[in-house]
Ligand binder design. Sequence first.
Ligand code: NDP
Length: 283
Amino acid sequence: MYKIIDGKVISASVKERVKCEVEKLKQNGISVGLAVIIVGEDPASKVYVANKKKACEALGIISEEYALPENTTMQELLALIDTLNKKPTVNGILCQLPLPKHLDEQMVINAISPEKDVDAFHPANVGKIMQGDFDFVPCTPAGIMEMLDYEGIDIAGKTCVVIGRSNIVGKPMGMLLLHKNGTVTICHSKTQNLKEVCASADILVAAVGRPNFVTADMVKENAVVIDVGINRVDGKLVGDVNFDAVKDKCSAITPVPGGVGPMTIAMLMQNTVTAAKKQNKVI
Ligand code: NDP
């Protein structure tokens, strides 16, 4: 019998923890602030930004939204980031990706002060993750680690397979599992024998961006399966894992929706509080 790893329940517990931390900081005269920059009119980005704002409000974090027009220049965007880097009431800065094509995403990421980089995309924070001594972790892999911890799933010595090698999910996910002493393989579109590699996993993380990509023959009996995918099929949200085909082989599995998705925003809130604490020398 498989267990559903419920992202709604676990994210609520993270948010409760963050709310208490924000409250404690407030009692010591410290406010927590997050600045979110959005450029252009991408509808999905607008929804993500609205959800982040709502989460901030619910937890007592002050959110500032900077909605810039599609034709914003690199110079204008960098000038705003510079202002926010220097603004003491802003503890975290997030620039919603993807940016319009004429803007250089890596240059934008590099411009955000590493101390305020709550997405953990800045090369300084990426380097710290490699070294295993980090303040922030990209929110989605951080959320997955939180889920595994909440469920008491031991990683040490386990065979862990991550499908996907993006900078925001696959690569940091692999590093975090490695730091917890998992034996990690990261797969991608050029991987040979993908089925066999996946079928060897005690913990399988799918971050591919292809609906129902993981099928029953790719899953080991009693594996833990984490589905990061968010795909829209006929207006319905579908993960990267064929849930119905796979679930009976798993010891635990995350659903879509209601799995990894809700964790991402919760971990952003956690990173913002961590940033505020570091900047105020509370930790
Ligand atoms: P990317 O498109 O950046 O990366 C996808 C990865 O999958 C790439 O490394 C690619 O390989 C690999 N891949 C593609 N096709 C295959 C294949 N046939 N076999 C093996 N590997 C393959 O996606 P992201 O990492 O940004 O996101 C992955 C999914 O997670 C998406 O559905 C996204 O929407 C979702 N997501 C969900 C979040 C959440 O909060 N739940 C947050 C972030 C993302 P290669 O490198 O060789 O091209």
